[in-house]
Every structure is written in structure tokens, then in C-alpha cells.
Design a binder for this molecule. Structure first.
Ligand code: NAD
Ligand code: ZN
Ligand code: ZN
Length: 379
């Protein structure tokens, strides 16, 4: 099959690799119809986390079941399915508690949590390919309505729609609450869509990329352009000096000022400033235990010195971590089916797999208009 193979920093190629096979009775093989490029893929792409060369990339996958192992009973050949980016066993303590993001059995390294085509997430190939092997298929796969309708909406169910929603859950967004979301990348935009679906009365979205801010506005949020205004002042003014109830971090460890200079604590500091006393912050942007290329010596060791003193004094709750996709994807799917949610509206580019190299390059450079890239291996 054809697949997007990681060769080294800024070097991916579309190569012929062996087809995946059923390796345990609980596996399924999926023929991929859509596989998205994610902001998280840019971390290995930019060489900011170590990744084994030869691995197939891609953790945002959906498609049609091609083959199932002898022990797969619920999922059938021909089913259209979404594949959560968390790869989980379904029976360990964390899985049974609903934390599929911290499965204790799927990652052979022993680290909690596994995934497809991603550093430190186990040996599993990704789905930016014609075919994908899915272990524990009955547990992991989410069934979708047959056909091709809502393809671009459903393809957001594997990661960023649930992840954006998780950010708002950690931030305790509820009807009438005010919300500030930092980052208008795909995850921040999904957090904005989720906050509005959950009944927030006012949602600010901060970024310095005008094309992304325009999409935030389409979802009903108020854009705050960090290149033009002091973002803390703008949000405080916009809330009569009170601050917001909820804050979502959808940027991650490469947070930077509009000139591109990285400041690992910038967004966390901003959030502590704009979230009101007793409010809550959800951090879904990724921070790493090691980042040798970080802008500060402490951040090289994963130590991000943000204003924790003020956060404590204000009694702010902070939640973090990878999204347990299965906790939300069924209900978010049904919001798409009923035409209430439209997460696919952020897609700017649909490319055949053979154009993946260009897709990585343009999305990585945040070229104007490249807001979300979806690869269609069958095209
Ligand atoms: N927790 C999870 O389960 C999970 C899942 C998927 C992605 N992620 C992470 O979420 C983060 C966002 O992902 P994405 O795909 O949207 O990535 P992205 O890189 O496309 O978007 C990040 C956005 O943040 C903006 N930004 C940078 N510095 C900023 C600042 N100081 N203030 C405001 N905005 C700023 C950038 O301009 C960009 O638009 C990444 O760290 C990604 O790895 C986490
Ligand atoms: Zn992703
Ligand atoms: Zn498990």
C-alpha cells in the first residue's frame, strides 16, 4: 500500500510499504477514506520530539472495515467507522474508568496511553495510508452511518472535535459561562465550537493568524488578534473587568509572540490573568517532559515556569492531558448527524495521499488559508 512515511525532520515521503495484516483475533483492518494532518504531527515533523524513521504517520483516521479477526463480533466488514486516536485495550483499570487516553496495556513501553503513528505511543503505524490495522477493534471503533455523507465532519471525531470538547469540559464550560480560548488552530476552533454548543454566553478566541480567527468568528466567537491588541486587556475590557469563567489552552509548548519568538509560559500566564478567581482552565495543548530545542533552559526539561502563585491565590482549577476520545465521540457524532455540529467547516484542503508532502509543508508553515488538511488515500 501507499503510506506517508517519516524519514526525518522536515522529511516525509509517500512510499510503498507492506499492507497491514490481522495479528491478533481482535484486530480489524480499515480501508482509510480520510486521514487528517494534525498540529501534533508537526512536533515530530519539526524534529521537536524524537520519532523512529520508517514509521507511518497519522492518528486522525476514518474509513471502511476491510477485514476483521476471528474474535471481532460487533464490528463487521463494510462498516464505516471512526478510529479514536487513543489506542486502548478496553479492559485495564484506566480503560474501565473511562481513561482510554491512559490505557495500561496498549503501549509496550509501559507508559500509559498508546496511539497510531506517533512518538512514544507504541509501535503502531498511522493511518495516513491506504490501510490501517486497529487492535481491539470492537472496543475502539465507532460506527458511522453508511455512505459518504458528512465525511469532513465525521473525520474530526478521531481527535480534534473530542479534544476541543475535552478542553471545554476541563474548563467547566456550562450554559451562560464566559470563555477564553487561546489558539485558533484546529483544536482551538473545535473548543470554540464546543463552548458555543454547550451554551457559553461569550467566547473569545485568541491567535495572531487572521484566517484562523475568521473561522472562529464563523462559529460565533469573538476574535482577539494578539498581533494587534494586548490580549489580556482586551478580554478584561470585554468582560467589564471581571475576567472569564473558563479558559482553554489550545496552543501548547511552542507558544510564541506574533513575531514567532517562543515563550513556553506565555499562554498559561495569559490564562491565569484572564480567568476569574475560582474559574477553571483546561490545557489540551501539548507540553512535553523533554524539549531539547526549547527557548528556555528549564523548558528543555519540561519545566514551564508560569504564574502558579496567582493561579493558587485565585483558586483556579487546572485540568490537563490527552483527550479520552471515546468519552465524547458517540454524542458528538450524533450532533453531526442531526446537523447541530459542523466541525468539518474548518477544512481548507482535501488532498490525495500523494500530495501529503505539500500538505505537511504548507500546514507547518501556517501558510494563509491552510487551516486543516484532510488526506483521501482512495482519491
Ligand atoms: N490533548 C490532546 O489530546 C491533543 C489532541 C490533539 C492536539 N493536541 C495539541 O493541541 C495543540 C493545538 O493543536 P492544533 O492542531 O490546533 O495546532 P496548530 O499548531 O495548528 O495551532 C496552534 C495555534 O496556536 C497559535 N498560537 C501560537 N502562539 C500563540 C499565543 N501566544 N497565543 C494565542 N495563539 C497562539 C498559532 O498561531 C496556531 O494557530 C497542539 O499542541 C497539539 O499537539 C492535543
Ligand atoms: Zn491529532
Ligand atoms: Zn486499557
Amino acid at each position: 500500500m501507499k503510506a506517508v512515511v517519516f524519514k526525518g525532520p522536515y522529511d516525509v515521503s509517500v512510499d510503498e510499504v507492506p499492507d497491514p495484516t490481522i495479528q491478533t483475533p481482535l484486530d480489524a483492518i480499515i480501508r482509510i477514506t480520510s486521514a487528517n494532518i494534525c498540529g501534533s504531527d508537526l512536533h515530530p515533523y519539526e524534529g521537536r520530539v524524537d520519532f523512529e524513521t520508517g514509521m507511518v504517520l497519522g492518528h486522525e483516521n476514518m474509513g471502511v472495515v476491510e477485514e476483521v479477526g476471528a474474535g471481532v463480533e460487533r464490528i463487521k466488514v463494510g462498516d464505516r467507522v471512526s478510529v479514536p486516536f487513543n489506542l486502548a485495550c478496553g479492559t485495564c483499570r484506566n480503560c474501565t474508568d473511562g481513561f482510554t487516553s491512559a490505557c495500561l496495556r496498549a503501549n509496550p513501553s509501559g507508559q500509559p496511553g498508546a496511539g497510531y503513528g506517533y512518538p512514544a505511543m507504541g509501535p503502531y503505524w498511522g493511518g495516513q495510508a491506504e490501510l490501517l490495522r486497529v487492535p481491539w477493534a470492537d472496543f475502539n471503533l465507532l460506527e458511522l452511518p453508511q455512505g459518504t455523507e458528512h465525511e469532513l465532519d465525521f473525520t474530526m471525531l478521531s481527535d480534534i472535535f473530542p479534544t476541543g470538547y475535552h478542553g471545554t469540559e476541563l474548563a467547566k464550560v456550562a450554559p451562560g459561562k464566559t470563555v477564553a480560548i487561546f489558539g485558533a488552530g484546529p483544536v482551538g476552533l473545535m473548543a470554540a465550537h464546543s463552548a458555543i454548543l454547550r451554551g457559553a454566553s461569550q467566547v473569545f478566541v485568541v491567535d495572531h493568524q487572521p484566517d484562523r480567527l475568521a473561522l472562529a468568528e464563523k462559529f460565533g466567537a469573538s476574535p482577539v488578534n494578539a498581533a494587534e491588541v494586548d490580549v489580556v486587556e482586551a478580554i478584561m475590557d470585554g468582560t467589564d473587568g471581571f475576567g472569564v469563567d473558563s479558559g482553554v489552552e489550545a496552543v501548547g509548548y511552542q507558544a510564541h509572540d506574533p513575531s514567532g519568538q517562543e515563550h513556553p509560559s506565555l499562554v498559561l500566564d495569559n490564562l491565569v490573568s484572564v480567568v476569574r478567581a475560582t474559574g477553571a482552565i483546561g490545557v489540551v495543548g501539548v507540553y512535553n517532559p523533554e524539549d531539547p530545542d526549547a527557548a528556555t533552559d528549564s523548558a528543555k526539561e519540561g519545566r514551564v515556569a508560569f504564574d502558579f502563585g496567582t493561579a493558587f491565590t485565585k483558586g483556579i482549577s487546572i485540568g490537563t492531558g490527552q483527550c479520552p476520545v471515546k468519552r465524547y465521540n458517540r454524542e458528538l457524532r450524533d450532533l453531526i448527524i442531526r446537523d447541530v455540529a459542523h466541525p468539518g467547516s474548518i477544512v481548507s484542503h482535501e488532498l490525495p495521499l500523494t500530495d501529503a508532502v505539500q500538505g505537511y509543508d504548507q500546514f507547518d508553515k501556517r501558510v494563509d488559508g491552510w487551516t486543516k488538511v484532510v488526506l483521501h488515500p482512495a482519491a
